[in-house]
Design a protein around this ligand. Structure first.
Ligand code: FEO
Length: 167
């Protein structure tokens, strides 16, 4: 049984994950406009993954007998100056999401809600992975600098990202 406070916090996280999907879809659109097909593909897969995160939370709230309440999704940005700037934004966004997940876990622990803290453990591990993957792309973009052939190689690498699955 979830407390009202926990249901509210989980509903807010559903919104944060939905916003993440929107945020990455905006980046997908940006890369489409720049004809960077691999970067564009990576962002589309990322947006899909965020929807799966939102639905994992959604199903959990429903499964525990709580009511999901959907909130408005904020407008994401539309313009960036470079792929490097985009990925710097991705990393800082994911760091922010990690903070939100940690806050949710803190609430579950405060409430001695062991079911929710067990459920959230998956998200804690997921954030470690997300930050590592995105951080590696940020590092590569720093090395590439203004070298367009390096950007082309990275674009091909990002094109290989597989569709997301969430257990
Ligand atoms: Fe759902 Fe990228 O965190």
């Amino acid at each position: 049984m979830l407390s009202e406070k926990m249901i509210k916090a989980l509903n807010e996280q559903i919104n944060a994950e939905m916003y993440s999907a929107y945020f990455y879809l905006a980046m997908n659109a940006y890369f489409e406009s720049k004809s960077l097909a691999g970067f564009s593909h990576w962002m589309r897969m990322q947006a899909q993954e965020e929807m799966l995160h939102a639905m994992k939370l959604y199903d959990y709230v429903n499964g525990c007998g709580g009511q999901v309440v959907l909130h408005a999704i904020a407008k994401p940005p539309a313009q960036w100056h470079s792929p490097r700037e985009v990925f710097a934004d991705v990393l800082s966004h994911e760091q922010k999401v990690t903070g939100l997940i940690n806050n949710l876990m803190n609430l579950a622990l405060d409430e001695r809600d062991h079911a929710t803290s067990g459920f959230l453990q998956w998200f804690i591990a997921e954030q470690v992975e997300e930050e590592a993957h995105v951080g590696a792309v940020v590092d590569k973009l720093k090395l590439i600098g203004a070298d367009s052939s390096g950007l082309f190689v990275l674009d091909q690498e990002l094109a290989k990202r597989l569709p997301p699955t969430v257990q």
